[in-house]
Design a protein around this ligand. Structure first.
Ligand code: NAD
Length: 480
């Protein structure tokens, strides 16, 4: 157990006593790592008050002053990249070799700082009159940003940065499972000279999250997480008709055509699949669709890449494969595997067990691959959020696209081919917010990124991501 509770950040204050705490467990060892104070309804009230005052102060600054403060924040993040990366590893035991989200945060801050002094409205003509009609873009005021445990710093970049650039104050709720890097980000906001209260960090679980969504002072909610939680968030937000952006999960198809560079496709597919945060990423390519003529060769190469990825201490820079987030996630994932085996959903080629030896106390699951999986099986249809992938074969392009689209999700799709015409044709036919050709999911601040179908609505990144945090006002000046 590790000392006094880690506190919330409201205004410029750390609040350590909220009446609720969460024991943060380090997934690589299964041992307690920190006690974290959890926000409740009273803390949300206090944070909304602090945020309202700070937002007025923020908007009293000129656009160039706000731009410069955001650049200062990006500089502060830059100076603390190693510290943030370390906290990211402590949060959820993502291997440090993979913990690039601190860089991502810096990149998004620099990108959106550039927008802060360029948010322009327009003027339009009006029918039947010579009046002046101005269209202005304004911030919402105080917005709530809810992050999943696997992406607090990424969400700080893709959502908090544009929210601030647009002139809002933010109440940022990281998951109770991974609050440490987010809290340090909140401190850096203060150190960079942002008004206290402009960014408040409230680690909480469902109860605190629900209080945040229901608060009448929250004018917009940006939610990233799973579909089941999203439904609860949208229902709660409906009480005050608060608008919600939803960035949700995926079950991404990864199509390997017969003309693909198979070595490269195998390497990218492994790193985008079971090796990507142990499959715990919304972008995980969890359904591989491989042309029948290269199926055996591809599968052999794919398994070889998985075999060569060292598992172990996430702080070791050579380690590529870490644990899953919790004991309960481990149980859920292994249950999914057992069910798939007993239902004959496919042939288990490798994995399917908890790792033993020196890793036995952590929540490690072997990279798990099922071959010849029926796409209608729960294994192929449900987001496992663990190092489990399914492979099935196809014989023509139409079948590949049909199978890739045969899911309720639509976040990412991956295509491996050397044929440019096929790449374009297939990309257009895929029902997915992003299509990555001969590539992994390299999300950039310029965006846009977001889902089709049940993978959500709204976008992060670029102008579209900024618009999520702006509302439009029309001002008509009568001249007639
Ligand atoms: P989750 O849905 O369990 O939780 C997400 C967040 O919502 C957490 O902060 C949680 O504490 C909070 N929450 C829980 N109940 C709530 C309630 N009733 N009201 C308000 N907030 C509540 O998801 P998770 O396990 O943290 O993250 C994994 C999910 O996130 C996966 O489905 C993954 O695909 C998705 N994800 C999506 C993206 C994206 O950009 N589309 C990025 C990362 C993760």
């Amino acid at each position: 157990m590790t000392g006094a509770p880690v506190g919330l950040l409201i205004g410029g204050d750390r609040i350590t006593s909220t009446g609720h705490t969460h024991e943060h467990i380090f997934p690589a060892t299964g041992l307690p790592n920190a006690t974290v104070a959890m926000a409740g309804a009273a803390d949300v009230d206090r944070a909304v008050d602090a945020a309202r005052a700070a937002q007025r102060e923020w908007m009293a600054q000129t656009v160039d002053m706000r731009r410069d403060r955001l650049i200062d924040l990006a500089d502060a993040v830059h100076q603390h990249l190693d510290e943030l990366a370390t906290l990211n590893v402590q949060d959820y035991a993502v291997p440090i070799s993979f913990a690039g989200t601190a860089h991502m945060l810096e990149g998004f801050l620099r990108h959106f700082a550039g927008y802060a002094d360029k948010i322009a409205g327009s003027s339009t003509p009006v029918s039947g009159s010579f009046d002046v009609n101005l269209v202005e873009r304004e911030p919402y005021g105080v917005v709530g940003v809810i992050a999943p445990w696997n992406g607090a710093l990424a969400v700080a970049g893709s959502c908090v940065a544009p929210a601030l650039a647009a002139g809002n104050a933010v109440i940022f709720k990281p998951s109770e499972l991974a609050p440490l890097a987010a809290l340090r980000f909140g401190e850096l906001c203060l150190e960079a000279g942002l008004p206290p209260g402009l960014v408040n960090i409230l680690p909480a679980g469902a109860e605190g999250g629900d209080a945040l969504v229901r608060h009448p002072g929250i004018r917009k909610v940006h939610f990233t997480g799973g579909g089941t939680t999203a439904r609860a968030v949208i229902r709660a937000a409906a009480e005050n008709l608060t608008p919600v952006v939803a960035e949700l999960g995926g079950k991404s198809g990864n199509i390997i055509f017969d003309d693909a560079d198979l070595d490269r496709a195998a390497m990218l597919s492994a790193h985008q699949g079971p090796l990507m945060q142990s499959g715990q990423s919304c972008a995980c390519a969890s359904r591989l669709l491989v042309h029948a003529s290269v199926y055996d060769t591809f599968v052999e190469k794919f398994l070889a890449v998985l075999d060569s990825a060292p598992a172990g201490d996430p702080f070791d820079p050579l380690v590529r494969f870490g644990p899953v987030i919790s004991e309960s996630a481990l149980t859920r994932i292994l249950d999914t595997v057992d069910l798939a085996v007993s239902a004959g959903a496919g042939e288990l080629l490798t994995g399917g067990k908890r790792m033993g030896g020196p890793l036995a106390q952590g929540f490690y699951i072997e990279p798990t691959v099922f071959a010849d999986v029926d796409n209608s099986s729960p294994l192929a249809q449900t987001e496992t959020f663990g190092p489990v992938v399914s492979i099935s074969r196809f014989t023509d392009d139409d079948q590949a696209v049909r199978t890739a689209n045969d899911t309720r999700y639509g976040l990412n799709a991956f295509v491996h081919t050397r044929d440019l015409r096929r790449a374009h044709r297939v990309s257009r036919a895929l029902e997915s917010g992003s299509v990555w050709i001969n590539s992994t999911s390299r999300i950039s601040p310029q965006g846009p990124y977001g889902g089709y179908k049940q993978s959500g609505f709204g976008r992060t990144g670029g102008w579209e991501g900024l618009l999520e945090f702006l509302q439009t006002k029309t001002i008509r000046i009568g001249l007639d």
